[in-house]
Design a protein around this ligand. Structure first.
Ligand SMILES: C[S@@+](CC[C@H](N)C(=O)[O-])C[C@H]1O[C@@H](n2cnc3c(N)ncnc32)[C@H](O)[C@@H]1O
Length: 239
């Protein structure tokens, strides 16, 4: 999206803290990072270098994997002088980190506000004809209902927006109703791309995979990402 020299507005409706300390108790307890980024860390594969170089940078250019970037930091790293980034988060803890890490950057707007409601209020973006909208909810309680309600409204307000909606996958079959419903709500006029990856054995008890439903994927993105997802799935697959 940044091959063009025109402003891009980026939105992260569920921003989280922006950065995670993998040495802190919550990360140590689950150890999830070891079968995720832990397997990529140290790789020389050119496909992972854009991500790995950002991670190296936030770890003070060392080989130690201590901090891991959340979506706000990944997006902030790509901000050009003509772009903006809007971060929404409701919880006080992550909000404090967002303010500490990004509060003094003029092109980053931080809102302690419901991301669904904010998205509808803030679209179409001011000063940009293009937008990347990342939606990464916790998928608790009413998140499915909120997505079914918010995404069509947001799309109606900004037809050309690129929406990247993350979703959890327990089994491929259990994720299908969400994907099919989103597809139906978006309608036939919009191009959509559904990506998913299974790294654990399929069962309905845990999250064994991950998915992203993308509306209006940029030109050329599908070929670019599919090749990498196949490779990543192979690399992260657990016994
Ligand atoms: C899965 S995490 C986001 C992770 C983040 N995108 C990242 O890549 O690091 C979901 C976040 O959404 C926040 N949240 C929950 N409901 C929200 C809402 N309605 N609006 C905005 N943020 C919300 C939670 O506090 C939590 O920090």
């Amino acid at each position: 999206m940044q091959r063009k020299d025109t402003p891009l507005a980026m939105f992260d409706t569920h921003a989280g803290a922006g950065m995670y300390d993998l040495t802190a108790t919550p990360s140590q307890k689950t150890g999830e990072w070891k079968v995720g980024i832990g397997k990529l860390w140290g790789s020389n594969d050119p496909d992972w270098q854009p991500l790995l170089s950002i991670i190296k940078n936030i770890n003070g250019d060392t080989d130690k994997l201590g901090y891991y970037p959340g979506s706000p930091l990944l997006m902030a790293e790509h901000l050009r002088i003509i772009d903006t980034l809007t971060l929404c988060e409701t919880s006080d803890g992550p909000m404090k980190h967002l303010r500490d890490n990004f509060g003094n950057q003029r092109r980053i707007h931080i809102h302690q506000r419901d991301g669904y409601e904010a998205l509808i209020a803030l679209l179409p973006p001011k000063g940009a004809k293009r937008a990347l909208i990342h939606i990464d909810p916790p998928f608790e309680q009413n998140d499915y209902a909120h997505l079914y309600d918010t995404v069509p409204k947001a799309l109606h307000r900004f037809r050309q927006g690129v929406f990247a909606i993350w979703y959890p996958v327990k089994t491929r079959a259990s994720a299908l109703p969400f994907v099919n419903k989103m597809r139906a709500l978006v309608g036939d006029d919009e191009k959509v791309l559904n990506l998913s990856m299974m790294t654990g054995l399929e069962n309905t008890l845990a999250m064994n995979g991950t998915g992203m439903f993308i509306i209006n994927p940029p030109f050329g993105f599908e070929a670019h990402i599919k090749k990498r997802i196949v490779k990543l799935e192979r690399l992260l697959k657990q016994d």
